[in-house]
Design a protein around this ligand. Structure first.
Ligand code: SF4
Length: 129
């Protein structure tokens, strides 16, 4: 689903940003926050890697690990820090196994650039930034 909808969403965003410049950045960012928040519990890190992490937002990991899991995952798949929460990275690896290009979860990611927190990843992609 991700692979089939991505080109359409990107084309639409490219057209909108070409037509309106940065005038619609605020509502587009708000829409991204709303949609991805509802679907993926997105934390708007501004460095979206959902497509590489089985559509699981790694920013929900209490250690904010971008290349997980950490060494503390419990044997029942629950989080070391929050025992009542499933390890984000266990879910990420399961999700990635169900996706085309799921192997991209093995790509090494940089730590989050905190200057981008709250910014739209969609707009950055649309502008090839
Ligand atoms: S167990 Fe998983 S969710 Fe918990 S801190 Fe480690 S990597 Fe993050």
């Amino acid at each position: 689903m991700y692979k089939s909808t991505r080109p359409t969403i990107l084309s639409a965003l490219r057209m909108v940003t070409r037509l309106f410049g940065r005038r619609l950045d605020t509502p587009i960012t708000a829409a991204e926050r709303l949609i991805k928040g509802a679907l993926f519990d997105c934390q708007m890190c501004g460095n979206c890697v959902l497509s590489k992490t089985g559509m699981t937002c790694p920013m929900n990991c209490p250690k904010s690990i971008r290349n997980g899991p950490c060494g503390g995952v419990r044997s029942n798949g629950m989080c070391e820090v929050k025992p009542n929460m499933r390890c984000v990275w266990v879910d990420a690896w399961h999700g990635a196994a169900n996706m085309q290009d799921g192997e991209t979860i093995k790509d090494i990611e940089f730590a989050v650039d905190h200057n981008r927190v709250g910014q739209s990843s969609w707009l950055r992609l649309a502008r090839d930034e």
